[in-house]
Ligand binder design. Sequence first.
Ligand SMILES: NC(=O)c1ccc[n+]([C@@H]2O[C@H](COP(=O)([O-])OP(=O)(O)OC[C@H]3O[C@@H](n4cnc5c(N)ncnc54)[C@H](OP(=O)(O)O)[C@@H]3O)[C@@H](O)[C@H]2O)c1
Length: 239
Amino acid sequence: MALGNETAGDPCAPVRAAAKDKPFVVAQLGQSLDGRIATPTGESRWINQSSALDQGHRLRATVDGVVVGVGTVVADDPLLNVRRVAGRHPVRIVIDPTGRCPFNARVFNDSDGIRRILVRSSEATSQVPAGVEVIRLGAYGRTLAPGDIVAALFTAGVRTMLVEGGAWTVSQFIDAGVVDRLHVMVAPMILGSGKTGLELRPIARLAEARRPNANVHVMPDGDVLFDCDLRTRWEPEKA
Ligand SMILES: NC(=O)c1ccc[n+]([C@@H]2O[C@H](COP(=O)([O-])OP(=O)(O)OC[C@H]3O[C@@H](n4cnc5c(N)ncnc54)[C@H](OP(=O)(O)O)[C@@H]3O)[C@@H](O)[C@H]2O)c1
């Protein structure tokens, strides 16, 4: 399958090439042609096809840690490990400000000896599962500042991190300006209803929209990965 600006090479390479002395954040969403990440009932497995799922696992194996919001844990109960390709498992991190993540969530499974981290509001007092590390941060209203989360994870030894969902979490991280690369994996599927992907701070004019440089990778079974450089210099045009 050919595409005008299709890019050869490994979509994980920019993560590997990241500077060693500061955090590097890659965010990822898999979506349909009409920009949906789940059906109205929350079903999202699987919008993307086999090669795209393999690529997701390759990306997991490339980063130090994988981060999800508690909404994704409640909806999908993901394992967040590396199974579809060879590679090491990342640290598993859940942003759960008030402590509503179930103790028996699979992400907390410790049979593989991988670190598990809960990011919580400093006001949350409930227990955490045994062996799970906790990072406590001050909240701004309902939000923990993504910049604080990234800095705290870096201090905890997680330099490169993959924010793997859901839409709310990825959107917060992008709006806060902490995401270096955004991987949008588009499947040739039309849902026509359901949960949309990114929901960023509203803009009024097209001239204000970001147009990041993107590498485009066509997966063998038809999904298309847009690997977007969110550090592309960008000035909204004046009206
Ligand atoms: N297609 C895909 O690529 C993909 C990937 C992952 C998930 N999904 C789907 O997405 C849906 C879940 O996504 P979602 O957007 O509803 O939820 P989500 O982003 O997984 O989790 C959102 C929740 O996480 C907590 N959170 C995350 N970042 C925070 C921050 N900076 N500060 C404070 N709290 C923070 C908050 O918890 P509280 O609500 O407790 O405050 C927030 O409501 C499911 O349907 C899942 O299947 C799709």
